[in-house]
Design a protein around this ligand. Sequence first.
Ligand SMILES: *Cc1c(COP(=O)(O)O)cnc(C)c1O
Length: 394
Amino acid sequence: MKIASRLANVSESATLAIAAKAKAMKAQGIDVINFGVGEPDFDTPPAIKAACKAALDAGKTKYTPASGIPELKAAVCAWTKRLHNVDYSAKQCIITCGGKHALANAFLALVDPGDKVLIPAPYWVSYPEQVKLAGGVPVIVTATLADGFRLNPAALRAALKGVKIFVLNTPNNPGGFAYTTAETRAIADVLREFPDVIVFADEIYELLVYGGRKFVSLPAIAPELKDRTILFNGAAKTFSMTGWRIGWALGPVPVIEAMGAVQSQMTSNPTTMAQWATVEGLNNPPPEVEQMRAEFEIRGKLMADGLNAIPGVKCLSAEGAFYCFPDLSAHFGRTIDGQKITGSVSLAEALLEKAHVAVVPGEPFGADAHVRLSFACSRQQIQAGVERIAMLLK
Ligand SMILES: *Cc1c(COP(=O)(O)O)cnc(C)c1O
């Protein structure tokens, strides 16, 4: 059977693939330490689960408006106002089946064949694949660990010529960095020189910042960019609700309406009771939200310090999200335990097969010198896993 040509260069999510392999090894009884998954290990807060149960009991089990219930749109707008002091109305808001779905809707709504989308590397694996599915052309501008993964304004300026959409993700997956207000302002200054460029700001890790950092949303810093910025967010990371599949986007009415048209033909509404549960989370943020952030902060430091103590491993201290993204290229070219290490993919294979530690190779994130480790797991797992990596690389 001939698969459609639009899928010719589209790959399966690498993060989900490694998670599946680690799970399969676990099922065989192998003690795998899993740094591969991109989701909090905490349970969803009880108050949010209770709101879901109440919605079920109240018979909220039918279709809702395709773009989401008005109560959740109102809660999203109020949350955004409270957190960032930026105003959006319900017409500027769409509720989606996760943040990933919001991004997919937006690329489909805005990208014509051949349109260029500028994505800074390291990047979240789904951006280039979604751009390609929409018929667009991903253009990559690379930031390096030496610069703390910060985009150089001059490099950004050079890369923005002829581009339709620019994707900004801070706090960042996989880089684990979070721009300061001044750094976001410097990016905004460059974007101001390109009035036709649409900005996709993926702020899904907005609450997960460390070391006393405060995350400031792009339209809060640069109100003059708000009319051409689309914000992407969701419940997955903030409320440990990855499986509930609730996300949202905020932006100009015509874009939100076009995304709504896509959604109404492809999925219809996000799951009804999950929407009601998210209303509760946003309107009455449970204490677990800050408790989880504080625990991630401790774990991030533990992991980064442990990795940096291994010879030939360089890692940024965790600033945001829940990932370490160390450079391990000093170990490329070696043969470890009979396996030749040629790049991040073979290194991740060796770590999984010989040390029973699951990490995600940096190659699909656009940074082959690196691997991604999630610290959304227990402190004991972090200590034991880092020790195993140190042993293997010795
Ligand atoms: C997790 C994540 C998302 C969205 O995840 P959903 O589970 O679809 O809500 C979006 N962007 C980044 C960078 C992420 O890490």
